[in-house]
Design a protein around this ligand. Structure first.
Ligand SMILES: [Zn+2]
Length: 250
């Protein structure tokens, strides 16, 4: 029997404490309209930090390639499968692909004027925001004086939540004065390495191999079912033929 891994627990405890001391709150938008403002720290060159997840059968894991810029066994698995000569394996490549999101600091105007939340924007919302910035559609909407608020609408479609973003027609200041502005910036001056921590590569390698084995097993099971159905239809045809032969004989 394996003993409880104290070293692992210490790492986890440290991570929880770090997040607690930084008092980071993740943003969960309300269903309906939310009025939010994206913030960029004056020292940052982007208003977000790229975050990648691999959504596997039973777990979702952070992608070290996107988060920490180091090799990712799951991305490597996706690459390897995509060029596989085995068509079944090739079809599995997309299952291992990373889903890229953006972690943004935001203020929810209806909650508190100086409490920043960390908002993990879905790939779709993230891409929309990047496009706004590249195309310069709303200027620098994170600007502390001439930025813009957005309406983030959250609705439920079946099992999923759908988000839409609409920019306010006018610009507005982020805070009411310099003091409030500094208060906000101090709160978002946080090292993201303490928040999004990837698992070591040997663990990720193991996860990748296990997931591949699981998916292959699933596919084998479905092909068994298909074969069974084909088998039974053969049997059925044989029965019909036998019945026809019998009737003719009569
Ligand atoms: Zn990855």
């Amino acid at each position: 029997m394996k003993q409880i891994n104290i070293e692992k627990l210490k790492v986890l405890k440290e991570r929880i404490q770090k997040i607690q001391t930084q008092n980071i709150q993740f943003y969960i938008p309300q269903i309906g309209r939310n009025i939010i403002r994206f913030i960029k720290h004056p020292e940052a060159d982007l208003p977000f930090v790229p975050i990648g997840y691999h959504y596997l059968t039973n777990v979702s894991v952070l992608c070290p390639l996107i988060v920490e810029n180091r090799p990712c066994p799951l991305c490597e698995m996706a690459d390897r499968l995509s060029i596989s000569m085995d068509l079944t394996d090739q079809g599995l490549a997309s299952h291992f692909e990373v889903s890229e999101k953006g972690a943004y600091w935001i203020i929810d105007r209806s909650i508190s004027p100086t409490t920043p939340y960390l908002f993990l924007a879905s790939s779709k919302v993230h891409l929309t925001l990047i496009n706004y910035l590249i195309e310069n559609i709303y200027g620098d909407f994170t600007h502390p004086y001439n930025g813009r608020d957005f309406i983030l609408e959250k609705s439920k479609h079946g099992m999923y939540f759908v988000y839409t973003l609409t920019a306010f027609p006018n610009t507005s200041p982020l805070a009411k004065d310099e003091k409030e502005l500094n208060e906000i910036f101090n709160k978002i001056n946080v090292d993201f390495r303490n928040i999004f921590i990837c698992q070591p590569n040997d663990v990720l390698k193991q996860i990748a191999e296990q997931e591949l084995a699981l998916k292959r097993q699933e596919i084998n099971k479905t092909s068994d079912i298909v074969q069974l159905q084909e088998g039974s239809s053969d049997d059925f045809l044989k029965q019909v033929k036998n019945l026809g032969d019998e009737l003719r004989r009569k």
